[in-house]
Ligand binder design. Structure first.
Ligand SMILES: *[C@@H]1O[C@H](CO)[C@@H](O)[C@H](O)[C@H]1NC(C)=O
Ligand SMILES: *[C@@H]1O[C@H](CO)[C@@H](O)[C@H](O)[C@H]1NC(C)=O
Ligand SMILES: *[C@@H]1O[C@H](CO)[C@@H](O)[C@H](O)[C@H]1NC(C)=O
Ligand SMILES: *[C@@H]1O[C@H](CO)[C@@H](O)[C@H](O)[C@H]1NC(C)=O
Ligand SMILES: *[C@@H]1O[C@H](CO)[C@@H](O)[C@H](O)[C@H]1NC(C)=O
Ligand SMILES: *[C@@H]1O[C@H](CO)[C@@H](O)[C@H](O)[C@H]1NC(C)=O
Length: 210
């Protein structure tokens, strides 16, 4: 009888101990998941100018593509290491030009403005992009890999693959004054921010069994 009561008491003690541990773990993981969640940089095209398509200039010899892309780190806690940023320019039919922004580091909540000038491989591809209504449409793609800096360590590389269409008017400039947001062209990894949630679920299941 006494033995039985003792046994029950120990079992209860063990139970509340594991409950305290569980609550502790969950608190820790929730805190971690908030810190470990990081979002991709926001990319946009802020400036685009093709002198050959400027009707006032009345000369088609300067077929360079002049542009500025903005990369914004939205994270409050993490810096971003960018690998070489590959920009590709194309029209409806073909590749027009490529341009590479060298690798760089960006602190938290910082914005980078990257100016570039690309000479087309074939100048005809620029002139052929003009549509019957006088405007031209180019597609700009941006591909790179980033690592996030969290306190003293760097995450693995995550692929960034975004793009947008730019409409160029009769002055050779971007028709829309506002910046053009570059969007994901395929399904990039959504996993990263869900990782801690997975760990949490596993632990919950573990404690439920216990
Ligand atoms: C187009 O060319 C004209 C004549 O050279 C120049 O004044 C104007 O600034 C150019 N347009 C743009 C958007 O640069
Ligand atoms: C395009 O380039 C070719 C040579 O690559 C040159 O002969 C031609 O004049 C250029 N056309 C224009 C409009 O600049
Ligand atoms: C072509 O136009 C761009 C932008 O205006 C300018 O920076 C560049 O010097 C021009 N190139 C030539 C060869 O005129
Ligand atoms: C595609 O390229 C062909 C020639 O290669 C040209 O005749 C046609 O106009 C181009 N179409 C577009 C939409 O650029
Ligand atoms: C740009 O790069 C892509 C992929 O590396 C390539 O297929 C394409 O031919 C290049 N375009 C030019 C104009 O060099
Ligand atoms: C010109 O035509 C293209 C394609 O049909 C369209 O996307 C664009 O909005 C037109 N631009 C203007 C200024 O009407």
């Amino acid at each position: 009888m006494a033995q039985d009561g003792d046994h029950r008491g120990r079992k209860c003690c063990c139970c509340s101990l594991s409950l305290i541990l569980a609550v502790g773990f969950i608190t820790l993981l929730t805190w971690l998941s908030v810190r470990v969640r990081y979002s991709d940089p926001k990319c946009s095209i802020e400036y685009f100018y093709v002198p050959a398509l400027n009707k006032t200039l009345n000369s088609r010899t300067n077929t360079t593509l002049n542009f500025m892309v903005r990369l914004a780190n939205q994270n409050k806690e993490q810096g971003i290491y960018y690998d070489d940023v590959h920009l590709s320019l194309s029209n409806a039919n073909s590749s027009v030009a490529n341009y590479t922004v060298p690798r760089f580091y960006q602190g938290q909540k910082k914005k980078a403005k990257k100016w570039g000038q690309a000479l087309p491989f074939n100048n005809q591809t620029v002139l052929r992009a003009v549509l019957p209504n006088g405007s031209a449409v180019f597609r700009m793609g941006l591909k790179t890999q980033v690592r996030f800096k969290i306190a003293f360590w760097k995450t693995k590389r995550y692929g960034i693959d975004v793009g947008a269409d730019v409409e160029v008017n009769g002055d050779g400039v971007k028709a829309n004054k506002k910046g053009i947001k570059m969007k994901k062209s395929d399904s990039s990894s959504l996993l990263r921010s869900y990782f801690p949630v997975c760990v949490l679920m596993n632990l919950l299941v573990f404690f439920a069994i216990c």
